[in-house]
Design a protein around this ligand. Structure first.
Ligand code: NDP
Length: 369
């Protein structure tokens, strides 16, 4: 009955089966899910629609989750646009990350119980809905005291930051310096906080803006050693004056001139890891970087890592990140919670190509249409 109090009795609506065609076989139950869906690729503001539809009866390995929050990430937008290299079947409920509370479990569910706080750990499960059924194996139970924003945004950016700081250079073990652009991105904020908790010095590049002093202070409070604008990074004397060692690891989510400038400061045999291309300009590498500096260039994609990684590495990463979060050493990104019925505000802001959004938009399901 508790679940019924969260939802409406189905009267006339048809069932929907997006993201889970197998549901066609099961009996419908009288529960309604409010959700976003798209049936064709294109401009998210046009192709993403709101609908209510029936929740089918739970299968034995499924879990019914009342969603609390789910972020709107650049990859979600690119997926809806049909520009992201992950295959989705249409119609599709968008959203790759999210957190919720378990309302009910199927008969063969082993490790999840009613009342657990859970996050969705695999992509393309469709998190932009208030009530959802997921297979047990795409969920992970997280501590009750983990913050909603931290939990909702855990699997993409904190994991990406953690891996990039772990898999390319021994920054923690050898105390190597890290430099990154797009440092105010959600991923960048995680890089800064993980560096701080690991004792790793970090140099952070952001674009100039009228409130640059506030942004610098925000990032310094998170643990940034230095925050420089893209103009300042060209003329900085911090290396000449030996205030800090040259970096051995550069993390690039911007591309274009920004990555070229960052590259100029890398140590001999340093590594640049590209994980995003927010400027939409290509990464340009001077020939001398290859020949005289022996710099190497790498790409990183969290989705690909997750597909190949062994369970032990995944568990260690999740445990380390959740521990940092529960110890308040790793907080969620600067964000704006947007009521689910105002989803177009979140989509519209996340769509802009010029940037300067200032925060991560997170859908908040604690509202009714
Ligand atoms: P956010 O929306 O939190 O941050 C976006 C960042 O991009 C901000 O720093 C913003 O800076 C900058 N930016 C936006 N537009 C431009 C522009 N035109 N030129 C230069 N900088 C710009 O994003 P996330 O942290 O969620 O993601 C950041 C990037 O990392 C994305 O490209 C995303 O796809 C990628 N990513 C990749 C992963 C992977 O596995 N490879 C995993 C996670 C993220 P400003 O405030 O100056 O606009």
């Amino acid at each position: 009955m508790a679940l019924l109090s969260l939802t409406k009795l189905l009267l006339t609506k048809a069932p929907c089966y997006a993201n889970n065609p197998a549901n066609l076989k099961v009996t419908m139950r009288n529960l309604m899910s409010k959700q976003l869906v798209y049936a064709q690729f294109g401009d998210p503001l046009h192709v993403v629609k709101y609908r209510e539809c029936a929740i089918p009866k739970l299968k034995s390995t499924e879990v019914l989750v009342r969603m609390l929050a789910a972020p709107v990430n650049p990859a979600d937008i690119n997926t809806i646009q049909g520009k992201y290299p992950v295959k989705v079947e249409l119609p599709c409920i968008p959203g790759n990350e999210g957190v919720g509370i378990v309302e009910e479990v199927g008969g063969n569910v082993q490790n999840i119980s009613k009342g657990n706080k859970v996050i969705v750990t695999k992509p393309v499960q469709g998190t932009w809905r208030d009530i959802a059924t997921f297979d047990e194996d795409v969920l992970m139970v997280v501590p009750d005291n983990l913050g909603v924003v931290e939990a909702a945004t855990l699997t993409v950016n904190p994991c990406t930051a953690y891996r990039m700081l772990t898999d390319f250079q021994p920054v923690k073990e050898k105390g190597l310096v890290v430099i990154q652009n797009g440092a105010n991105s959600a991923c960048g904020q995680n890089v800064i906080q993980i560096c701080k908790s690991w004792g790793v010095k970090n140099i952070n590049i952001v674009r100039n803006r009228p409130d640059i002093a506030d942004l610098k202070k925000y990032l310094e409070d998170l643990g940034a050693t230095y925050v420089l604008t893209e103009e300042e990074v060209r003329s900085t004397t911090i290396f000449k004056e030996k205030k800090i060692e040259k970096p051995s690891l550069a993390l690039n989510c911007v591309g274009g001139k920004s990555s070229t400038e960052m590259l100029r400061h890398l140590q001999h045999s340093g590594k640049m890891v590209t994980y995003g291309g927010m400027s939409r300009d290509p990464v340009i590498i001077p020939t001398s970087a290859f020949i005289f500096k022996n710099v190497s260039f790498h790409g990183f994609w969290m989705t690909a890592w997750n597909e190949k990684a062994n369970q032990a590495d995944k568990e260690k990463m999740m445990k380390d990140i959740i521990t940092l979060m529960c110890e308040n050493k790793l907080k969620g990104p600067a964000h704006k919670l947007v009521k689910f019925d105002q989803y177009q505000e979140a989509l519209g802001n996340a769509l802009t190509t010029k940037g300067f959004i200032g925060c991560k938009y997170i859908l908040d399901f604690s509202c009714t249409f």
